[in-house]
Design a protein around this ligand. Structure first.
Ligand SMILES: Nc1ncnc2c1ncn2[C@@H]1O[C@H](COP(=O)(O)OP(=O)(O)OP(=O)(O)O)[C@@H](O)[C@H]1O
Ligand SMILES: [Mg+2]
Length: 323
């Protein structure tokens, strides 16, 4: 684990974006820059950009490496469950992947009655909904309790700036978004991935609370793409204090980027207007949080090159690569 001092020193070397020569047109998502390569491949560069409330707030040192290497870990740990898009990891922040035909839905899996966004089951339940995402919920449920069994709560995959909308299995199939036979496979794979995620997170003392998967077709087969069980796509709680805090009516101890949302709220930001500028303390704590997730989940010590800007390192690592 790096000290706050080392992390802050690395700010000038963090990756805000990448411009690669000879790779064609660059595309940008909120967090990743990517290039389409011949042979149905996609070069995904995970930057250090930090987003919250759908806005980019700045860079968090080591974040891109953590996300990319955590996804790599999970692709390796789930290859017996289903195929994935990973071909190679030519740099700690880069994944060479197979281009998938993406499904137009985001597959969210939830293990707990919780959440704060409009599409979360606790928000809707609290407002009186008992029928959500095609499931029936009984009265008397309480916040943060485990669900009897994890459930899939799919949403639309909104374009940049848009908001994801809740869907149900029936809506997805009847509207023709995904064929029933394929959707059934996606459901099976999503639940198996989530179970593997809960098992391995448990070994690191974390609870995998909920997560978002992006599936696509590769060679006609359902495959997992994008990122898996990272702090950007998932929520984690500390396992050892969960029961006692729940019993005392306290919120579970979060171990994901909830830290950032709470900090923004404490600065008076509720989602509208200009977000507060990240200060040194929150930058260091967030970076340590990301690194902590990597270390707990993989059981490995996080190591990075502290000597050169991430962009320079990436260019050097991609240089001699036969693409
Ligand atoms: N193997 C793949 N084939 C095709 N597209 C992929 C693959 N893996 C990831 N993607 C897409 O590449 C992009 C990665 O960028 P990033 O994660 O920054 O996007 P984002 O801002 O989260 O956008 P989105 O709202 O689309 O998730 C996403 O649009 C993701 O859906
Ligand atoms: Mg994404």
């Amino acid at each position: 684990m790096y000290s706050a001092e080392i992390i802050l020193e690395q700010r000038t070397r963090a990756l805000s974006e990448i411009n690669l020569n000879g790779f064609g047109q660059r595309h940008q998502g909120k967090v990743r820059d990517f290039y389409s390569l011949p042979g149905n491949r996609r070069l995904l560069v995970t930057t250090d950009r930090q987003s919250a409330f759908d806005r980019i707030l700045g860079q968090i040192p080591f974040k891109g490496q953590v996300l990319n290497q955590l996804s790599q870990f999970w692709f390796e740990q789930s290859s017996d469950i289903l195929p994935n898009h990973m071909l190679s990891v030519p740099d700690p922040n880069v994944m060479l992947a197979r281009e998938a035909q993406m499904f137009p839905v985001e597959i969210v899996v939830r293990g707990y009655m919780t959440g704060v966004t409009d599409t979360s089951i606790w928000t809707m339940y609290q407002k009186g909904s008992r029928q959500m995402y095609g499931y029936n919920f009984k009265d008397g449920m309480y916040k943060n309790q485990p669900l009897a069994t994890p459930i899939i709560t799919p949403t639309t995959h909104a374009e940049l700036g848009g908001h994801d909308k809740p869907l149900s299995r029936t809506e997805i199939i009847e509207s023709g978004l995904v064929a029933e036979e394929i959707y059934t496979q996606i459901e099976e794979k999503a639940l198996a991935l989530f179970a593997r995620g809960q098992e391995l997170c448990g070994k690191g003392g974390l609870i995998l609370v909920d997560t978002k998967y992006e599936f696509g077709l590769i060679d006609g087969q359902v495959a997992i793409t994008d990122e898996v069980h990272t702090p950007d796509s998932s929520r984690f709680w500390i396992a050892s204090t969960y029961e006692s805090r729940l019993g005392q009516g306290q919120e579970p101890e979060n171990f994901d980027k909830e830290l950032l949302r709470l900090w923004m709220r404490s600065k008076g930001f509720g989602g509208d207007g200009a977000p507060p500028a990240l200060d040194e303390d929150i930058i260091a704590r967030l970076s340590q949080r990301y690194i902590g997730c990597y270390e707990r989940i993989t059981g490995r010590e996080f190591e990075s090159d502290l000597t050169q800007p991430v962009a320079e390192r990436i260019k050097a690592n991609l240089e001699g690569l036969a693409l």
